[in-house]
Design a protein around this ligand. Structure first.
Ligand SMILES: O=C(O)/C=C/C(=O)CC(=O)CC(=O)O
Ligand SMILES: [Ca+2]
Ligand SMILES: [Mg+2]
Length: 391
């Protein structure tokens, strides 16, 4: 038996307890929970087959009451000795995609990001489209290309046309970018024909991950009118391995910035709340931005309500992302197109002037949040490296 030692300042202490899917050499992927620098195998420790699965979906589908119960069981478990066969040092495990992604939606909930991209993509128009403050704008992405942190990203190729070119050409993306985002995972789905109200969020959403919505800006700029993002986004979206349960983020809830005009009734929450997450973006190991999630205009509950207001069903494993997290300050921007202002204002990374991603570059997005009683909890990180385009 092992007693897991938890340093008082561990960001993976008993107030966090994120879930992931992991394996050890020669064993099948299964569900674990992180306690300090240890992964506890829940299939062994709780002797329950729902955790002997290669994704969190079966457990998430059991619903909110069960999520609360298991969290309590884990707290009991780790306050005592845990069987040795259930305990793995974090350095000895391989992490996998934690969920089977059902559908993937990407929102656009940061006013700062939306205004910046409006200025860059549509310099002759108002930065914010007329709909932006009336509904959380979003698009449906490609669930099958959501990949776990650490997956290499092959530079996409496609049609590109710079504003000064008269016709498009085919070739490797010349303006490869990141988008630092937070992803929300639906645990408990909803039937076709029945919208999810803003008040149901806690019952339905299981947890959050960090997400990098890799973006090919030249492909995107040429293809996106009038139907929105397509191949410029669908080649890969990376997520962090640790799913932090919503139950761990109660102390991180903060009011959204004031919403004016007041949204339509189905988007009205008594107290719209966001999360006080501090994101950190590292480019080749150098911190280049610190996007604050608390600045996001639309709340997660409003995004879920909007996504289903037409009667669309939702499913266990649905992933909806916030959209790029950008704050009001330059050093808070969550995409390189904003940080380098469309490539016109290079930023310095390890002494080199950089605008968009080059082959071999690596990006890591991490985040922390306030936990109860002055503690801080970590959301882990999502990391990815750019490989050269296919010949
Ligand atoms: O404003 C545009 O035309 C494009 C915006 C984006 O590419 C951003 C997007 O994917 C949504 C987001 O991450 O906020
Ligand atoms: Ca995005
Ligand atoms: Mg993407």
């Amino acid at each position: 038996m092992t007693r897991i030692s938890i340093p008082a300042d561990s960001p993976y202490g008993l107030t966090n307890l994120p879930y992931a899917v992991f394996s050890t050499p020669g064993t099948a992927p299964r569900v674990g929970v992180r306690v300090a620098d240890t992964v506890v195998d829940l299939a062994v420790a709780l002797d329950d087959d729902v955790f002997a699965q290669p994704t969190l979906n079966a457990f998430m589908a059991q619903g909110h009451e069960r999520w609360v119960e298991v969290r309590e069981q884990i707290l009991d478990l780790v306050s005592d000795d845990v069987p040795d066969t259930a305990v793995h040092p974090i350095g000895a495990v391989t992490m996998h995609l934690p969920i089977e992604v059902a559908d993937y939606v990407d929102f656009y909930a940061s006013e700062h990001h939306a205004s910046n991209l409006g200025r860059l993509f549509r310099p002759d128009a108002e930065p914010l489209m007329p709909n932006w403050k009336h509904l959380p704008v979003g698009y449906h992405g490609r669930a099958g290309t959501v990949v776990p942190s650490g997956t290499d990203i092959v530079r996409p190729s496609g049609q590109r046309k710079a504003p000064d070119e008269t016709s498009p050409s085919y070739g490797p993306c010349r303006r490869l970018d990141i988008e630092a985002e937070v992803g929300f995972i639906v645990g408990s789905g909803s039937p076709l024909g029945t919208p999810v109200s803003v008040d149901e969020f806690d019952q339905r959403v299981f947890g959050v991950v960090l997400l990098n919505d890799w973006s090919a800006r030249d492909i995107q700029a040429w293809e996106y009118v009038p139907l929105g993002p397509f191949l410029g986004k669908s080649f890969a979206t990376s997520i962090s391995p640790w799913v932090v349960p919503l139950l761990a983020l109660e102390a991180a809830r903060v009011p959204t910035p004031p919403q004016d005009p007041e949204p339509l009734p189905y988007l009205r929450e008594k107290n719209p709340w966001g999360l006080d997450l501090d994101l950190v973006v590292e480019w080749n190991g150098q911190v280049v931005s610190r996007p604050p999630y608390r600045e996001m205009y639309w709340s997660p509950a409003q995004m879920l309500a909007h996504m289903t207001v037409n009667g669309a069903s939702s499913r266990t494993g649905d992933l909806f992302a916030s959209g790029t997290v950008s704050g009001p300050l330059k050093q808070e921007r969550g995409a390189f197109i904003e940080l380098s202002w469309g490539g016109k204002e290079p930023i310095e990374v390890n002494g080199e002037k950089r605008t968009f991603l080059e082959d071999g570059d690596e990006v890591a997005i991490s985040a922390t949040a306030p936990g109860p009683r002055g503690t801080r909890i970590a959301l882990g990180e999502v990391r990815g490296r750019v490989l050269p385009a296919n010949p």
